[in-house]
Write a protein that binds this ligand. Structure first.
Ligand SMILES: O=C(O)C(=O)Cc1ccccc1
Length: 293
């Protein structure tokens, strides 16, 4: 049986999204991969890079809180990880407590940094007295809070409340009602990449722009002059030197299309280092049903 890593333990948003993603994969109707929980995203992606698991499923960005740095940095550092699908999942945050409490009684709130960020206004307004403590995942936060009778809370999924016998004190506490996370499905083999274009593909690239005047605009011109739409550009520190960055770029189109190949050749000729992160069908917009309703 094949295996797929997710940020655990059970009851995380990653697990919630993964279950939905797997149920929609026609190829897996008979034989689903075995979901394996990991405590951190770098551990998960490195295990996939070393072929210890077949696939990985990790959050990449959120509509409110932005990039998931751990995913982007590890994609940049691993050698054999390719994105071959993306999945957009709506996120509804719940405030979970070991027992019913007044909000003013809550002394600490545990959660993943993404979840704390997505609920920043709620926390400032309704829990100004509570200390915020970052956990490895929302489900790990729920586990922590369930092991105590203290006046502590976790922010996480509805399912975590059921799994860890917590009380769902407040629902939909995220600041933006339309709060969605883009997850990516990765593997360690380029061979998994579809040999054909789908109706609408995108290509993700990591680009190291030389630190000289105009270098980024020269790179972007290679796409613009060929009418290739760029749907996303993010930078991350190179981790080698202060002020040095790598760029994560998404462009519309399939990597083996002549026009994209031409742009990539042109970048190579200009000594711009590019790494292919994947070329895959664009995700459909998220389903309108919510896990909390
Ligand atoms: O901590 C989790 O539950 C995760 O899966 C990471 C995360 C946190 C918040 C929104 C989406 C993913």
């Amino acid at each position: 049986m094949s295996s797929i890593g997710f940020l655990g333990p059970k009851g995380s948003f990653s697990e919630e999204a993964l279950q939905l993603f797997m149920s929609q994969q026609e190829d897996w109707k008979e034989n689903r991969p075995d979901p394996i929980p990991f405590s951190t995203i770098p551990k998960l992606l490195s295990a996939c890079d070393r072929h210890e698991i077949d696939y990985g499923f990790v959050p990449l960005e959120n509509s409110t809180e932005g990039q998931v740095g751990a995913t982007m940095d590890t994609l940049g550092q691993t050698e054999n990880i390719y994105i071959f699908k993306e999945f957009i999942h709506p996120i509804e945050q719940c405030l979970l407590t070991p027992k019913p409490l007044e909000l003013s009684q809550i002394e600490r709130v545990y959660s993943h940094e993404q979840a704390l960020g997505q609920c920043r206004d709620f926390l400032e307004t309704h829990l100004p007295q509570a200390e915020q403590i970052v956990s490895l995942s929302t489900a790990q936060a729920a586990q922590k809070v369930s092991s105590t009778q203290e006046n502590w809370a976790a922010i996480g999924t509805h399912r975590a409340a059921e799994l860890y016998s917590l009380h769902c004190q407040e629902e939909r506490i995220q600041d933006a009602m339309l709060n969605a996370t883009r997850f990516i499905f990765v593997t360690h083999s380029l061979a998994e990449m579809s040999p054909e274009m789908s109706a609408e593909d995108k290509t993700s690239l990591l680009i190291i722009a030389p630190n000289v005047a105009g270098s980024l605009s020269q790179i972007l011109l290679e796409f613009a002059t060929r009418n290739i739409n760029m749907s996303r550009i993010e930078s991350r520190p190179s981790k080698k030197k202060l002020g040095e960055y790598v760029f994560f770029i998404d462009i519309d189109g399939y990597v083996f299309s002549p026009i994209i190949q031409e742009a990539l050749w042109s970048l190579r000729e200009k000594n711009v280092s590019t790494k292919l992160l994947g070329s895959y069908p664009k995700a459909l917009p998220p389903a309108l049903t919510s896990p909390c309703s």
